[in-house]
Design a binder for this molecule. Structure first.
Ligand SMILES: Cc1cc2nc3c(=O)[nH]c(=O)nc-3n(C[C@H](O)[C@H](O)[C@H](O)COP(=O)(O)OP(=O)(O)OC[C@H]3O[C@@H](n4cnc5c(N)ncnc54)[C@H](O)[C@@H]3O)c2cc1C
Length: 403
């Protein structure tokens, strides 16, 4: 095995954090290598809800969302114990909306835009296996590519390789775990004929929450069924047909009948073990972690993509000036956590609250759900709810692309 090449920044992982950072760096003349283990972005399961705070990052980077398949919500409808309790048409106060965006298309767009720059190199279908070191400094990676193993040296290795990050694991970066009381079942169904276009539905009940919404690109209905942690193992052993029959118990009659009628057409079924954690010390000599690799987000509030792309913008702001000047990188890399930490902590705390109320099985949880169901139908209750919703939509800190 030999050293194949060297670059300024080597980004491990072509998810939203890594692909956006690589594009921002390469388009600003930084010699950047992006390594993605999948040969096709569609092969890694990815979330699709993108908040305005993340969309603003793409906009600032010059990536036009209009050219990427996406769906705008038109209304939200909530059900509790099978009865509709809430309806919000989207001309009623939320100006900026989350979108359901095709992540494979988004990532492909970012990579294509990066490839227009001579400073960009993309290794697709190559997995980073280990880190190269010089004393306590990370100096590159060992990669298993399609034509064998190679070593790539870099001034900075950025781990944007998701929740099971190799860059994080190989350095043994310490992390703080936050309890996440749920797991999630994901499945896509053919679109039900009478389900209104652009509708997002919530079915709330003791120990579960089921969300049904349009998938970002293919005209199918995405089901996200949030279940209490601990029931996951049981479901996993039961298989897809049994999951669907269990889901039917939590939706309205019409959607239930649709589910039962289309079990054989369910695509991409997936059980997600929900995790929330935050690495302490994202930057080490020669390395930095961002996105899920630095802070795996609870799925509550659809924040993972959002905060990953906001990390990428802040990382570009911190790194580009020193990379251009050939100055000391470690201090610039350390500023990323300093700037991003407060928003990550705030969002993780905020996201921990709803599952306790929505999924709780005690009497007072049921009382709290009934209270919330009534409150959101009053002008005062709606106004109070818009505060925390606004934080999920736009983030808690101002993030701007400055380079
Ligand atoms: C089922 C599910 C549904 C979700 N739904 C939503 C949602 O609706 N909205 C939302 O905001 N968030 C959602 N999320 C969370 C969201 O997908 C993540 O928070 C977000 O993708 C994090 O982006 P990232 O770039 O940090 O990491 P990732 O998107 O995980 O990307 C990491 C990339 O690194 C690659 N990689 C990993 N290891 C290596 C290696 N050793 N070598 C090379 N490449 C490697 C992976 O293939 C992957 O492409 C969901 C997550 C899951 C699993």
């Amino acid at each position: 095995m030999s050293d194949s090449h060297a670059c300024d920044v080597l980004v491990v992982g072509g998810g939203p954090a890594g692909a956006l950072l690589a594009y921002l760096l390469a388009s600003r003349g930084v010699e950047t290598t992006l390594i993605e283990r999948q040969t096709d972005f569609d092969r890694e399961f990815r979330g699709e809800i993108l908040m305005p705070g993340g969309l603003a990052m793409l906009d600032a980077a010059g990536i036009e969302i209009a050219k990427i398949p996406h769906i705008k919500p038109r209304q939200f409808r909530g059900y509790r114990a099978g009865q509709q309790f809430f309806e919000l048409a989207l001309d009623e106060g939320l100006e900026q909306l989350p979108l359901s965006v095709s992540q494979p298309h988004l990532l492909e767009t970012l990579v294509t835009a990066s490839e227009a720059h001579g400073s960009f190199r993309f290794l697709r279908g190559a997995a980073v296996r280990d880190l190269l070191r010089d004393g306590d400094r990370i100096t590159g990676v060992r990669v298993q590519g399609q034509s064998g193993e190679e070593r790539i040296r870099a001034r900075l290795v950025v781990g944007a390789d998701g929740r099971a990050s190799v860059v994080r694991r190989k350095q043994g970066l310490p992390s703080r775990q936050l309890g996440t009381p749920m797991d999630i079942v994901w499945a896509k169904l053919p679109w039900p004929e009478r389900f209104p276009q652009g509708e997002f539905r919530f079915y709330i009940g003791g120990g579960h929450l089921l969300i049904a919404f349009p998938a970002g690109e293919d005209g199918r209905l995405q089901m996200a069924w949030v279940i209490l942690k601990g029931t996951y193992g049981d479901l996993r052993s039961r298989g897809i047909e049994d999951w669907c029959r269990a889901m039917v118990e939590h939706v309205d009659e019409e959607l239930g009948a649709h589910l039962l009628g289309h079990i054989s057409e369910i695509s991409r079924p997936f059980l997600l073990d929900a995790v929330t954690d935050r690495v302490q010390g994202w930057a080490r000599p020669g390395s930095l972690v961002i996105g899920d690799a630095a802070h795996t987000m609870s799925p509550v509030g659809g924040q993972g993509l959002n905060v990953a792309m906001r990390d990428a913008v802040v990382a570009a702001n911190c790194l580009v000036p020193v990379l251009r000047d050939g100055a000391e990188l470690d201090e610039a890399a350390a500023r990323v956590e300093f700037q991003r930490g407060p928003e990550i902590d705030a969002i993780q705390r905020l996201a921990a609250l709803p599952p306790r109320v929505i999924l709780g099985t005690r009497f007072f949880h049921s009382w709290a759900r009934a209270f919330v169901a009534r409150a959101v139908n009053t002008p005062f209750g709606r106004a109070r709810a818009l505060g925390p919703i606004g934080l999920f939509l736009n983030g808690t800190e101002e993030v701007r692309l400055e380079v």
